[in-house]
Design a protein around this ligand. Structure first.
Ligand code: SF4
Ligand code: SF4
Length: 94
C-alpha cells in the first residue's frame, strides 16, 4: 500500500526530508512531488502517522490507495469545512 500526492502540491520540499523510506521524489512528468509506490510503507513500523501528510502545508493533497484524503480540509486549521464555507460566505456578503 502506498500514498500518493495530488496536483495541489506546491513543491515545498517539506515531505521529502521526513519520509523514512526515501519514497518521495520530484516528478518532472507530474510537475510536482510524487511518491514511489514501491518504496512507500505508509510509515508502518516507523511512525504512527504518515509523516508526509503530517507535515504537508496544503490540505487535501495526500491520498491513500483508496483515494481517500489523509489531510482533508480542516486538518491544518482545525476549522470544519462547513464552518469555513459559512465564514467565507459571510465575508463575501460584506
Ligand atoms: S507515508 Fe511515510 S513512507 Fe509513505 S511517502 Fe509518506 S512519509 Fe514516506
Ligand atoms: S509537503 Fe505537501 S506541498 Fe510540500 S512537497 Fe510534499 S506534498 Fe507537496
Amino acid at each position: 500500500m502506498a500514498l500518493s500526492i495530488a496536483s495541489s502540491c506546491v513543491n515545498c520540499w517539506a515531505c521529502m526530508d521526513v519520509c523514512p523510506s526515501n519514497a518521495i521524489y520530484q516528478s518532472e512528468a507530474a510537475g510536482h512531488f510524487s511518491i514511489s509506490s514501491k518504496k512507500c510503507t505508509e510509515c508502518d513500523g516507523d511512525y504512527a502517522q504518515p509523516q508526509c501528510a503530517s507535515i504537508c502545508p496544503i490540505e487535501d493533497t495526500i491520498f491513500d490507495a483508496a483515494g481517500i484524503s489523509i489531510n482533508p480540509p480542516g486538518t491544518l486549521t482545525g476549522i470544519p469545512p462547513e464552518k469555513f464555507d459559512e465564514a467565507m460566505r459571510e465575508i463575501q456578503a460584506r
